[in-house]
Every structure is written in structure tokens, then in C-alpha cells.
Design a protein around this ligand. Structure first.
Ligand SMILES: [Mg+2]
Length: 238
């Protein structure tokens, strides 16, 4: 895992003039898949503990984040998204019959929830007149998802893989994002949860990066550190 603190010191060298965010597991978190797995297991009279259900979900979720899956093209269209995730979740059908379509329903972004520090962080950047953007591998129009949460006006640009025809970890998506948000890559901070897709790929496009530590499962995501990074160079500059 990237050494966040040493990276933070490196970031202070150049002022940050815009902040880009990944979406999933960075600004929004998924519904409780464990509860869905346990409910399906009960219905099919499959013996399964909460711990086993958690482990099964973790196994599937981690499998969905491998370089091969991320680069599979699943986020270039709704059809590819469904086919790819249903196939991956299908591994669990042997344990609990009929589970994969129910797990796929959890991928609906309208069912995801903003972390408690998502809005305050976006508002703090707005107060500082720092433009913000979303760079996401996604097959849905996230503008409407943000609008449904009252967050649409806090984001300036949406750079979505299915609209651009290119997905992370291609640096191309970040190059497009820098152009659309109007700041040089070296003065743009990319914030995400995936060391390769959000970190190495954005760095390859010349951006500064901040990869969030794993979430504890409750409370804030840790996004306040983004404001510290933004204020650091601004303070030094002023
Ligand atoms: Mg993510």
C-alpha cells in the first residue's frame, strides 16, 4: 500500500488547484451485501453464519478489483457491466442458489450511500473555490445519482468511462479529466481507494494522488485529509 504520509509531504511541494474523486468506495459506499447473502441463504435453507457471509462478500468484492476485472471493459456499457458482474457473482450461486442476480442489484448506484464526510468535503472545496470532478469507471450516469442526493451542484465535471469509451487504469481518462476541469495535471489531485486504477494511473498522467486507507465500516471515510492537503500548499503560497 502507498505510504500516504510520505506522499502527503510530496504533495505539499505543488499547490492543488483542482480535486478529482473516484466514486465507489471513495465518496459512496455499497449497500449491506452480507444481509442480502444471509437472507438468500435462509430462503434456500443453506446453513451460513454472518461471518461466512461476510467472507463470501469480501472474496467476491476483492475479485472484482483485480487488474484483469478492472480492465475487462465492464464499465464501457450497461450490457458489459451486467454480463461481467453477473458472471463474477455467479461463483457464489454454487453456495447459495440464485444469489448472483440479487447481488447484481446492489451494483445499482442509486442504492449506494454517500459517506458522512462526502458532503462536508465537497462543500469545503466549493468554499475554497477549488473545482471538483468525478473520474469513475461506471456504466451509469452518476450526475443523476449525485442529484438524487442533493450533491450535483458541488461537482463541476463528471468524467465517466462509458461516456468517454476509455476506463481506468488508462491514464487517458485522467488526461481528459484535467482538460475538462481546466487545470494542469501536476496541480490536480486525484483521490481514490484503488492504488493502481486511481493512484498509479493518475500519477502516469502527471497528477498528484491520494489513496484513502481502508474504511473501518462506520464513521467518516477520512476525506478531511483532502482539505488538509489543499490548505497546506495554499497556506504556504499565501
Ligand atoms: Mg473505487
Amino acid at each position: 500500500m502507498r505510504d500516504v504520509r510520505s506522499r502527503s509531504r510530496a504533495i505539499a511541494i505543488t499547490a492543488i488547484e483542482a480535486v478529482l474523486f473516484d466514486w465507489g468506495d471513495t465518496l459512496f459506499y455499497p449497500p449491506d451485501a452480507t444481509a442480502v447473502i444471509l437472507a438468500a441463504a435462509r430462503e434456500h435453507r443453506v446453513a451460513m453464519s454472518a461471518r461466512e457471509a461476510q467472507a463470501l462478500w469480501r472474496e467476491l468484492w476483492d475479485a472484482g478489483k483485480t487488474p484483469e476485472e478492472v480492465a475487462s471493459g465492464r464499465d464501457l456499457s450497461r450490457e458489459q457491466h451486467r454480463a461481467s458482474w453477473t458472471k463474477l457473482f455467479g461463483r457464489a450461486d454454487a453456495r447459495v442458489p440464485g444469489l448472483s442476480p440479487r447481488l447484481y442489484e446492489l451494483m445499482d448506484p442509486y442504492r449506494w450511500t454517500p459517506y458522512e464526510d462526502t458532503r462536508p468535503t465537497l462543500e469545503a472545496l466549493r468554499t475554497r473555490r477549488i473545482p471538483t470532478g468525478i473520474v469513475s469507471n461506471h456504466a451509469y450516469d452518476l450526475r443523476d445519482v449525485f442529484a438524487s442526493r442533493g450533491l450535483r451542484d458541488l461537482v463541476d465535471v463528471f468524467v465517466l468511462s462509458f461516456e468517454k469509451g476509455v476506463a481506468k487504469p488508462s491514464p487517458r481518462l485522467f488526461e481528459i479529466a484535467a482538460k475538462e476541469i481546466g487545470t494542469p495535471p501536476e496541480r490536480t489531485l486525484m483521490v481514490g481507494d484503488h492504488a493502481d486504477a486511481d493512484g498509479a494511473a493518475a500519477a502516469a498522467a502527471g497528477m498528484q494522488t491520494y489513496i484513502l486507507p481502508m474504511w473501518s465500516g462506520s464513521g467518516p471515510r477520512g476525506l478531511a485529509h483532502v482539505i488538509e492537503l489543499v490548505d497546506g500548499p495554499r497556506g504556504a503560497r499565501g
